[in-house]
Design a protein around this ligand. Sequence first.
Ligand code: NAP
Length: 172
Amino acid sequence: MALVAVVAVATDGVIGLNNAMPWHLPEDLRRFKALTQGHPVLMGRKTYESILAQLGKPLPGRPHWVITRQPDWAAAAEHAAQVRPAASLEAAMAEAEQSHPGRDLMLVGGAEIYGRALASDLVDRVELTLVHAEPPGDAFFPLDSLRDPQRWQWEAETPGEGCTFWTVRRRR
Ligand SMILES: NC(=O)c1ccc[n+]([C@@H]2O[C@H](COP(=O)([O-])OP(=O)(O)OC[C@H]3O[C@@H](n4cnc5c(N)ncnc54)[C@H](OP(=O)(O)O)[C@@H]3O)[C@@H](O)[C@H]2O)c1
């Protein structure tokens, strides 16, 4: 099992504004779907709420673990079979690994959860979309932390429209 962060980040480190994505990149959405389909997805409570606000439902075909400090947080009844709360990233990882052994776990945001996961060395790989823009934002990804060549290897660059897709692997 690997923990894989999937993120689209602007060159200034912005990933969000007002609990939404600051851009619309269909190519990136297709890549996100291809990378995460069929995998357990782990996310912070605010990212879950931004998905619900956008889609009106959780991401189809992906069991969700929503990380929250609220002990009584529960998904709406119609989503309860697909969406489980977890008290920490580690608890979400343990539960997802137990119910989907051997599957890569996809960490899909947001800023607080990415920052926590990268700071604690839990992330094995980052599937990164580098957006060629500098939009205003209020949620950030610690891009600089991936720049250390002793710890991270940038590989497999693919050009996209308005962005570049990268796989960034942690050196073990
Ligand atoms: N560009 C991208 O690829 C991308 C991807 C995902 C999200 N985003 C953007 O990121 C932004 C959301 O990020 P965010 O940082 O505001 O929120 P977030 O990381 O999605 O969620 C934060 C919440 O997670 C819970 N949490 C955080 N750390 C925790 C811990 N150690 N233990 C238990 N629970 C914990 C807390 O929930 P409670 O308050 O319920 O306790 C906290 O309020 C939005 O703008 C969204 O659009 C961008």
